[in-house]
Design a protein. Structure first.
Length: 534
């Protein structure tokens, strides 16, 4: 069985065990006690014996990971989502610590802080590594520091560190509390974290530090944790973060990118295939950031872009400079820097805009059928968009079409030749870019249509060029390029407009020769820049 199969089997066993125990997991302490019972060779609950035997056959880091994961699986769904409790797998924790050591973190002398200690993935692994270097357990315990918002997890994590060291801890290594609210008086040689993520309301945020890393209408927990981590790293200290890839290219993370570069030299931006099952129940792509606090980042310095958490490779790690503008996006290096299309959707005569209608805010305007005397237009839902099929309106509940009423004429009504793209994809969809042409019969029958806000509308005067673009956008070659500039499940209109594409001439010529869009896209990207019609 391969690694993915083993992980799936362990996750299935962990879920089954959680279902057995959840009725007793009514408090944080109760959850911690149930998990701690699994550390013993012989436990008090025989129902867990099969899972116990499996755990005790695993290396310590994997055993600790799955015990921590079991804890999260027993959390109420709302609590788990609000805390964004998703633990760092051992392969990733090891790789991140390796990168931190390469960057200058000293296992023998530096103190460590993890402000989102979770299941102690980092601190337990560091404890094991420090012990291997010959440090005694007491010294290690005084060098490691964690903060965890969940009391039960804090108890569990402390015990996991103690087990790694082989002795009781002489101090409280992991404090219970919200790291964004508790005072942190010291600074550290390594600040390492896989922080929680998710939107947070401005009235929940303390102080004004958030302004350095976020915009008022889009404050994410992980951006606040990033600011905290840089604030508490010593000059010359290393900051190592496992965070959603949206920070690399999201238009609303320009402040965070500029802040990081103002605080430190960026050393590495690693990519993790989050959708390939490395992180449990995480739909977002995940990145690793390694930076050394001190000087402002020099745009002329190359940054490493490793692939993290996979089997070792003999291929050299790609290096690339960050953009001159501190707030600009940090795209991953091109798959092949020589393969540049040199065009954008504008060269196809196409414009892109976000879908208009937010149905749950204006439910009174959403009607199931045309109403006499009202100006109504059919609504295209994101689920109506299927790659390779003409897009037609179909109701949210599947029957007929839904319509949106308008008191007067509106630019939201699309009357031109158009295509619609899904703005958000889920982890079961193989493509990030999913787009379909609107069936011409839609405009002919109703005079136009409206698209919901979870879509992007592409319009053009020339329907043939628009259809050509749609075929291109639906190829794997273009999808891969978009993924390298964007790390989120949501498609950004801005990034879509900037996406590097083969020219219409290059793609249409290749398509005529190959009669296969996938092959034609690859061939069109191979055109030399000077031959591309821009």
């Amino acid at each position: 069985m391969n690694q993915r199969g083993k992980k799936a089997a362990l996750l299935s066993r962990a879920r089954a065990t959680a279902r057995l125990l959840v009725e007793h997991a009514t408090t944080p302490q109760a959850r911690a006690d149930l998990c701690l019972d699994l550390l013993a060779d012989i436990g008090g609950d025989t129902r867990c014996d099969d899972f116990r035997r499996i755990l005790h056959a695993l290396p310590a880091d994997e055993r600790h990971y799955w015990i921590g994961t079991l804890y999260t699986l027993m959390l109420p769904t709302k609590v788990r989502r609000s805390q964004a409790t998703y633990f760092t797998p051992p392969t990733v924790a090891d790789a991140v610590i390796d990168l931190a050591i390469e960057a200058g973190f000293n296992l023998a002398t530096d103190d460590v802080l993890d402000p989102a200690a979770g299941g102690a993935a980092f601190l337990s692994t560091l404890a094991g590594r420090m012990a291997i270097t010959g440090l005694d357990a007491e010294e290690v315990a005084y060098r490691l520091n964690g903060i965890e918002i969940d009391k039960g997890l804090a108890v569990l994590s402390s015990r996991l560190i103690a087990e790694r060291l082989g002795s009781a801890l002489p101090r409280e290594v992991i404090l219970t509390g919200d790291a964004l609210r508790v005072p942190i008086p010291a600074s550290y040689g390594l600040v390492i974290a896989n922080p929680p993520y998710g939107r947070i309301a401005i009235d929940e945020v303390r102080g004004k530090a958030w302004r350095k890393v976020a915009h008022s209408g889009h404050i994410n927990k992980y951006a606040l944790f990033a600011e905290l981590c840089f604030r508490h790293a010593k000059p010359g200290g290393i900051v190592a973060l496992v965070i959603p890839s949206s920070f690399r290219a999201g238009p609303l993370y320009d402040r965070m990118r500029a802040f990081i570069r103002s605080q430190a030299t960026v050393l590495a931006v690693g990519s993790i295939a989050g959708r390939d099952g490395i992180f449990i129940d995480v739909a977002q792509d995940i990145s690793v950031l390694i930076a050394r606090k001190g000087d402002v980042h020099d745009a002329h310095l190359p940054v490493l872009f490793p692939v993290v958490g996979l089997l070792p490779s003999n291929d050299p790690v790609v290096e690339q400079r960050l953009p001159e503008d501190p707030g600009e996006a940090w795209p991953l290096p091109a798959i092949d820097p020589k393969l540049v299309g040199g065009a954008t959707i504008a060269d196809y005569g196409v414009t892109a805009r976000a879908g208009y209608f937010v149905w749950n805010r204006e439910t009174h305007r959403l009607v199931p059928k045309l109403a006499r005397g009202q100006r109504c237009y059919p609504l295209i839902w994101a689920k109506n968009v299927r790659q390779g099929e003409p897009c037609r309106p179909a109701g949210k509940k599947g029957a007929g079409a839904d319509f949106v009423t308008f008191p007067c004429d509106s630019t939201a009504i699309v009357r031109d030749p158009a295509a619609v793209m899904q703005r958000t994809t889920n982890d079961k969809q193989p493509r990030r870019l999913v787009v379909a042409m609107i069936d011409p019969s839609v405009q002919k029958k109703w005079g136009g249509f409206v698209s919901e806000n979870h879509t992007i509308v592409l319009t053009a005067d020339d329907p043939d060029k628009l259809e050509l673009l749609v075929r291109l956008l639906n190829t794997a070659a273009v999808d891969q390029r978009y993924r390298r500039v964007s790390g989120t499940a949501a498609v950004s209109v801005t990034l879509l407009r900037q996406l590097d594409l083969p020219s219409p001439a290059a793609f249409s010529t290749a398509l005529a020769e190959a009669d296969d869009a996938e092959a034609a896209a690859i061939h069109a990207y191979c055109a030399q820049p000077e031959t591309v019609d821009t």
